[in-house]
Write a protein that binds this ligand. Structure first.
Ligand code: ZN
Length: 273
């Protein structure tokens, strides 16, 4: 069994503030250590369920947060950025399951640690086929494109709620903290949170037969709301983008991965507000 683990940082056990996920701050090293803790807990759970190959994609910010010397030696680490599939680089049809560790709620969610969607300074909202999506939905559809189901999501209670809404009640969720606003949370003790992740991953992989890949219905209509119109001025230069509002672009793709790439180009070309 091949298991793919994508890890973001805002939803890692212990993390409540942007300084803890940003290089160059006094607290960043602690955040990285906690991230390795949650990831290794997931690796242990996967090994206990019989995984024979595990790939971990570091997918926050620079995507160089995980110390290659600290990750479990049975896992292969994908480090660095940019990558064509970004937070899902390395996934393909050879995997049986996808696990999302350290995830956060979509931009504009109340009581959610560091809520945003892909880029806090650029994106106000992303809709696919009319439904507003957090990163977990956009990325689960990449796994789904390759026929791989997302079987577990960890993060705060808000992202766990959104995971169940989008992926259905069968996805295992592990809430490692409960937010009190955007930058404060009631934390589970780290050891307890990591034990829950390990047990959750083992449990999710043991009942894998019931898991279904997540897919949107084709063709895929993407809508991107920027924060300001100057960002849409730039994004509208990408071929295929239609300006449907001062701050909003829309486009339709027949292939989800192509659509995802266009979306990223429209985000990356826009200046930070
Ligand atoms: Zn992140």
């Amino acid at each position: 069994m091949k298991v793919y683990i994508a890890t973001d940082m805002e939803g890692i056990s212990g993390i409540v503030h942007g300084d803890q996920v940003s290089p160059g701050t006094a607290e960043y090293a602690d955040g990285c250590a906690w991230m390795v803790g949650d990831v290794n807990a997931a690796v242990h759970g996967a090994l206990a369920a019989g995984a024979t190959e595990i790939v971990v994609n570091d997918s926050h910010g620079s995507m160089r947060n995980i110390d290659p010397g600290a990750i479990h030696p049975k896992a292969t680490l994908i480090s660095g950025s940019p990558k064509p599939l970004s937070m899902m680089q390395g996934i393909d049809a050879s995997f049986q399951a996808c696990i999302l560790i350290g995830y956060h709620a979509r931009a504009g969610t109340e009581d959610a640690i560091l809520d945003h969607t892909i880029s806090g300074s650029v994106v106000r909202a992303i809709r696919v086929n009319g439904i507003e999506m957090p990163e977990l939905g956009l990325n689960a559809a990449i796994a789904g494109y390759y026929g791989v189901p997302v079987v577990l999501v960890s993060g705060d209670t808000a992202v766990c709620r959104q995971a169940t809404e989008i992926l259905g009640k069968d996805v295992v969720t592990v809430a490692v903290k409960e937010a009190i606003g955007r930058q404060a949370a009631k934390l589970r003790p780290l050891s307890e949170a990591q034990n829950l992740i390990q047990a959750g991953v083992k449990d999710a992989l043991n009942k894998l037969v019931a898991a279904k890949p997540f897919k949107f219905a084709a063709p895929y209509r993407f809508e991107l709301d920027y924060h300001i119109s100057a960002q849409a001025d730039m994004g509208a230069m990408i071929p295929g983008a239609k300006r449907i509002g001062a701050r909003t672009l829309a486009f339709t793709a027949d292939d989800y991965i192509e659509g995802f790439r266009s979306l990223r180009a429209m985000i990356n070309i826009a200046p930070a507000r």
